[in-house]
Structure formats: structure tokens, C-alpha cells
Design a protein around this ligand. Structure first.
Ligand code: URA
Length: 425
């Protein structure tokens, strides 16, 4: 077999066989196919797409280049959740304890932030003492004892994806639905869960800019799931504004704690209840409405809150010692009106420049800086009352002008967009 003939077939829009796709993935991962040839392959895939079958084969080959986690020592049914990446996305810190309080297992591997996207592992690392690197036995023991454990994704899961993703990034071939679907699903399947809920973000602050593309990505991921006998539900959610009251690391953990203690930003609460309900519904094989009742009960009777504190302690975290940057500036609303937009990309860029952004995986970031929206989307504000707090350790240029650009205030509130766009299963 030769990569040149595989590329020619792709170019002629002929379907590739399982063997041809496996040959390409395996030999690119071990270095026998170079970046130039693989780049050609990926660019044609981006241009012409792949059939569902070809995407299954691609996913399978990428999974088989690495470890596949065995969760059979975990007694509870394990349900996983994945977000395609948003701004202010602290959702795993919230749905994890809720789903564990509903007596399912959350055995999760998460990542760090890169570029403008946040990462659950950085958020957890802002809690002094919190251990994100655990051996398998401790990981399994904590899930068995407490129902939830979240660790860093350091395992050798789908290494082909790492190499291919880095090349896609370099040659501008990230935005391809079959490539994104196989990339996400290869890691999810290798990490062992049989039930997966995907929070598929749509909008300015997300990979998927419109509902049509997002729906097509959802179809690909669901079909890949059923090929591997995994139940996958995709919830399409709005990412035209940051989630919740805060964006940062330590500050988002504080928001999660406040959430369990009753201070909940409305759109975030709706999203968390929706995702948790789908996780409980598929994990227990019960009706969505029954699952939703269990989820809301766990919030009302404090079992989710207790689970949150129990989990943080089980991984050695000391929430009492979590600190934010000492310098705080408060910005006032420039006029009366309704908040009609909070710009997700400008918010992410500002946080990045405050010190929370990383260019390379190894870069150290400032976990103490953060942005707090005292009022959020669609709320009414009054001129000269506090609107935004910035927590910072270093001064940056034009801070005031940049903060002003984050929020749009208008005199009339027109269309309020629901955070849940649709559910595809
Ligand atoms: N996230 C991934 O893991 N892979 C992609 O290709 C895009 C987003």
C-alpha cells in the first residue's frame, strides 16, 4: 500500500477502505508517513468530507494507536460528559457532583486550557492541594467511594489524534466535521464510558458557528457512538456569551461553590440541569422527565452540594485556601438599559492577557485572575452601578477601554435566546 495512491483515490472522491485508512493513521503516527503527505490527505478530507463508514474507520484506527481504559472495576454505571469548548465553562464542576449525587459514576479525564479555551484541570488546580494526577487504583477507589473523580488526561489515549490534531492546526484543517467528530469520539471512547452526553456549543465563542454545522457534527458523533456501542446524546447550546457570572480559574471554582449554595446564574442553571438530566436519563435508562426530577431534587435537598464538598476533599483539595488576585477594579454601567450581549471572544482575550492564557501545553498560567459579571445577559442595569469586577496581578494597557467593549447595553430587550438550542440523540 502507498500513501500516494490513497491520496489519489481521495482526490477522485472514491471511498477508502478500512485498511487504507488504518495504514494512513498507523504510519503517520509512527513517522513513516511525513507531515507533507498527511497534510495533503487531511486537506482533501477537509475539502471533500468523509462518509460515515470512513469516519468510523478513522476513529477506530486512532483509538487503536493507544490505551483503552478499562472501567470494569468501577461499580457504578459511568456516565461521561464532554464540552466542545466554551468561555466560562465550569459545567463539569457542577454536573459532576449532581450526577454522582444521583448515584451514577463520574470517572472523568479532563484537559487544560489552550489558546482562548478554558480547561477543567486548570480550574481544579486552582484549589490548593487538589490532586489531578492519580494512579488508576486511586482513581477507581475514589469513584467507588464517592461517585466522582476528575483527573488530568495524561494517559496515552488516541495518540494518533494528538499528532493529527496538531498538524490540522498548523495547516488550517481543523474545521472539518468528520475530522472533529473522529477526534473527539476517539478520545471519549478510549476513556471508557458507555454513556456520553456532549455539550455541543454553537456561536461566536465556539468551533461551530451555526446550527446546521453543529447538527451535522452531532449526527456524526452519534453514529460513531452507535458503531462502538456507545449511547451518545448531543445537546446543542448557545455560546454567543460567556457562561455564568465568571471567567477564569479560581474564580470559576468559587462560582461553582456559590452555585451549590444557591447563587445561580439563570442560563447556567438551565444548562446544568439539562445536561445532568440527560446524563441521568441515559445512565439509568429512565425517562428524561424522571431524571430531571432527580436532578432538581439533588439540588434542593443539598445532596449535590454535599457531594461537591465530599469530592473536593476526596481529591485533597482545600477550598478554604483558594485565593483570587488581590487587585480588584470595579467598572460601572455606562448607562441604563438591558445587557443584550457579552462578547465571548473579547472576554476570553482579556482573560488571556491578564495572565490566564497559554500558548503551549507546558506554559504556566495565573490561576488567580478573573472577570466577574455582576450582571449577566438580558438583565436590567442602572447607570453608574457596579457592572464588572476584574481581578488582576499585573496591569495591562487600555484595561478600561477593553472592559467597556465586553458588554453591550441597549434600551430595549428584543429577542432573548434560550441557552438550549436542541437535543439530538
Ligand atoms: N476538539 C477536539 O478534541 N478535536 C477537534 O478536532 C476539535 C475540537
Amino acid at each position: 500500500m502507498k500513501i500516494e495512491s490513497i491520496i489519489e483515490k481521495l482526490n477522485n472522491k472514491e471511498k477508502l477502505t478500512k485498511e487504507e485508512i488504518d495504514y494512513t493513521v498507523v504510519n503517520y503516527t509512527n513517522g513513516l508517513i511525513n507531515d507533507e503527505k498527511m497534510g495533503e490527505f487531511l486537506k482533501i478530507v477537509k475539502e471533500n468530507g468523509l462518509s460515515y463508514e470512513e469516519t468510523f474507520y478513522l476513529t477506530e484506527s486512532m483509538i487503536n494507536t493507544g490505551e483503552i481504559l478499562d472501567l470494569s472495576n468501577i461499580e457504578k454505571t459511568v456516565v461521561d460528559k464532554h464540552s466542545t469548548g466554551g468561555v466560562g465553562d465550569k459545567v463539569s464542576l457542577l454536573v459532576g457532583p449532581i450526577v454522582a449525587a444521583c448515584n451514577l459514576g463520574v470517572a472523568k479525564m479532563s484537559g487544560r486550557s489552550l489558546g482562548f479555551t478554558g480547561g477543567t484541570i486548570d480550574k481544579l488546580e486552582s484549589i490548593p492541594g487538589f490532586n489531578i494526577n492519580l494512579e488508576n487504583e486511586d482513581f477507581e477507589r475514589i469513584v467507588n467511594e464517592h461517585g466522582i473523580c476528575i483527573i488530568s488526561a495524561t494517559k496515552n489515549l488516541a495518540p494518533a489524534d494528538k499528532k493529527i490534531y496538531a498538524l490540522r492546526d498548523e495547516i488550517n484543517a481543523v474545521e472539518s466535521i468528520p475530522l472533529i467528530a473522529s477526534s473527539i469520539m476517539s478520545k471519549k471512547i478510549a476513556s471508557g464510558a458507555k454513556f456520553i452526553v456532549i455539550d455541543l456549543k454553537v456561536g461566536e465563542g465556539a468551533f461551530m458557528k451555526n446550527i446546521e454545522e453543529a447538527s451535522s457534527l452531532a449526527e456524526y458523533m452519534i453514529k460513531i457512538g452507535s458503531y462502538f456501542k456507545r449511547k451518545v446524546v448531543c445537546v446543542l447550546t448557545d455560546m454567543n456569551s460567556p457562561l455564568g457570572f465568571t471567567v477564569g480559574n479560581g474564580i470559576e471554582v468559587k462560582e461553582a461553590e456559590e452555585f451549590f449554595n444557591g447563587k445561580r446564574e439563570k442560563r447556567l442553571e438551565k444548562l446544568v440541569i439539562e445536561l445532568s438530566s440527560h446524563m441521568v436519563s441515559i445512565g439509568k435508562n429512565i425517562k428524561l422527565e424522571d431524571a430531571r426530577r432527580e436532578v432538581i431534587n439533588s439540588l434542593n435537598n443539598s445532596s449535590a452540594k454535599n457531594k461537591f464538598y465530599e469530592w473536593i476533599s476526596a481529591q485533597n483539595g482545600n477550598l478554604g485556601k483558594l485565593s483570587l488576585a488581590k487587585n480588584k477594579l470595579t467598572f460601572l454601567a455606562p448607562k441604563d438599559g438591558y445587557i443584550t450581549k457579552i462578547d465571548p471572544l473579547k472576554t476570553a482575550k482579556l482573560l488571556y492577557d491578564l495572565g490566564a492564557g497559554r500558548l503551549k501545553k507546558e506554559d504556566k498560567i495565573d490561576l488567580e485572575v478573573g472577570i466577574e459579571f455582576i450582571h449577566t445577559l438580558y438583565e436590567k442595569v442602572e447607570e453608574n452601578t457596579p457592572l464588572i469586577n476584574i481581578y488582576f496581578n499585573k496591569k495591562i494597557e487600555n484595561l478600561e477601554e477593553r472592559v467597556k467593549e465586553l458588554i453591550k447595553i441597549e434600551s430595549i430587550l428584543k429577542d432573548e435566546k434560550d441557552i438550549i438550542i436542541s437535543v439530538i440523540k
